[in-house]
Design a protein around this ligand. Sequence first.
Ligand code: ADE
Length: 237
Amino acid sequence: MIIKILTMFPEILEPVYRIPLIRRLLDQGEWSVQIIDIREYVPGSFRHIDDSPYGGGAGMIIRAEPVLKALKSVRTDLSHTVFLTPAGIPYDQRKAHELSEKKELVLICGHYEGIDARILPDVDECISIGDYILSGGETAALVILDSICRLQQGVIRSESIREESFEAPLLEYPQYTHPRVYEGREVPEVLLSGDHEKICKWRLKEALRVTLKYRPDLLDRECSEEEKQLLKELEEE
Ligand code: ADE
């Protein structure tokens, strides 16, 4: 996959080359990441990259011209262009899968109060990584790249992706590793039993417990008979 990131602050994106899985994809030649400085597309030395908003209001707006010039210089017929903004569709695991299948991704990072809306006809979609305002889209771009690099073929085992929270419609059950007892805290007995069926049931119940506590909205769906039974048991505890 070819990834092109348009930014006014390239230095914020330097860590992308140090994220281990991304590093591996780059070293294997599976990915290429190009960081494009929008400031290089500001015409003339005296002109500014931003200006005050028409109609008044606080803050500065990035002008459409340098962004569109930068975009036009890097975009190809294969590009899927995403503008990172709090006013976009919410990013989730389904969207991560969708983006991970693109051949070429162009991410546009905004700053200040945003970018002149006249860039939008050149954008395929607007994505928000959550209901909060970041100082710019660069950290959102890092989040997106981190989440999609794990989904590339062969990066991690496909079973482990399937078992994860958000791939299944429940949050993940708690996991344990050695030692069996750490400072008096024991690994649940059932996980040592070797009884696969019992372990699966325990994991489902614990996944339901965590989901009920932190994301009850994920249970607003038709639950299986087994889930209903386990939810009843949890209610009675
Ligand atoms: N830029 C500023 N806030 C953002 C958010 N929540 N998601 C994506 N890009 C952003």
